[in-house]
Design a protein around this ligand. Structure first.
Ligand code: F6P
Length: 320
């Protein structure tokens, strides 16, 4: 009897999720597995939104943003009875393996299901880049490029108006998007959970930039850092000599077409996830470490988030 494998996407959508779905379905079929797709993440398992997937199910999606399987946040999955019912639904179809494409919250849902006998493989996909067990998540590169393009454009208008643009980027308490985009754009200041100048330092830095006759100032700030970012903006206006505007990039960062790099990463991780199942390995999350594909037990990966930023922080410090 064919091994039955299902795939879902969960959490915030990330560019490259479709490429990962495609890689999983096509490589599973190549192994002779029977492949299933689940709509709307963990809620879809609970509500039985499960369909059989063939090769054409994933045609023409590699370049598309969003996720063809839709996604959902499903807090009810903290309830053990809900998880147990979801596991029963999978068993009804004979599904033994589930591939979960998502971020750390999705991994926690997957881990809960593994305790009910479903064999799990996690594939890291979130723009936040905050998943343990991988150096890069699917979606991070595209979001980073989107931010970079937006900041380059804001630089033009900021110069014309002698303005400080305070650009808020996503990251959900992980500063990677801010730190990498700030480095890519050579901005004047980055404010993130890992790199948090005081308000006095911020004002002092911007004052000096103004005294040096700069035409603009660019500040990138991670979301969720200030209760009211507008208070900081007002201080900048009254104390530094720059006009100041806040630009929240928001969910724009999750749209568009995935970059080549995200598509390739998705393809590598998707195929690797299925290779592991074929080799009898499960309850692990896949990732790239030192440029190579690797996997770690899901129990380890659900513990903390990705901390390794020292080298980049050094670059930011030297280029100030
Ligand atoms: O996890 C991805 C992410 O885009 C975070 O950066 C952000 O904090 C969150 O999702 C927003 O989620 P939602 O679109 O569900 O409000």
């Amino acid at each position: 009897m064919a091994v039955k494998v299902a795939v879902l996407t969960s959490g915030g959508d990330a560019l490259g999720m479709n490429a990962a779905i495609r890689a999983v379905i096509r490589s599973g079929l190549a192994y002779g597995f029977q492949m299933f797709a689940i709509f709307e993440g963990f809620r879809g398992i609970f509500e039985n939104k499960i369909v059989s997937a063939d090769r054409t199910f994933v045609s023409e999606i590699i370049m598309r943003g969003g996720t063809i399987l839709k996604t959902a946040r499903f807090p009810e999955f903290h309830d053990n009875d809900v998880v147990s019912k979801a596991a029963d639904n999978l068993r009804f179809y004979g599904i033994t393996h589930l591939i979960v494409i998502g971020g750390d919250g999705s991994y926690r849902g997957a881990f809960a299901l593994s305790k009910h006998g479903i064999k799990i493989i996690g594939i890291p996909a979130t723009i936040d880049n905050d998943v343990m067990g991988t150096e890069q998540t699917i979606g991070f590169d595209t979001a980073l490029n989107t931010i970079t393009e937006a900041v380059d454009k804001l630089r033009d208008t900021s110069s014309s108006h002698h303005r400080c643009s305070i650009i808020e980027v996503m990251g959900n308490r992980c500063g990677d998007l801010a730190l990498y985009s700030g480095t890519a754009c050579g901005v004047d200041l980055i404010i993130s959970p890992e790199y948090r100048p005081s308000e006095e330092e911020i004002i002092e830095t911007l004052k000096n930039i103004n005294l040096n006759r700069a035409r603009h100032a660019l500040v990138i700030v991670s979301e969720k850092q200030y209760e009211n970012l507008d208070d900081l903006r007002k201080r900048i206006v009254t104390e530094t000599g720059f006009d100041a505007k806040i630009e929240v990039l928001g969910r724009l960062q999750r749209g568009g077409s995935p970059s080549a790099s995200d598509r390739v990463l998705a393809g590598r991780l998707g195929v690797y996830a299925v290779d592991l199942i074929a080799n009898g390995i499960d309850n692990v999350c896949v990732g790239v470490i030192n440029g190579r594909l690797s996997h770690q037990p899901i129990a380890e990966v659900t513990k903390t988030t990705n901390p390794n930023l020292d080298e980049l922080l050094n670059v930011i410090d030297k280029l100030k």
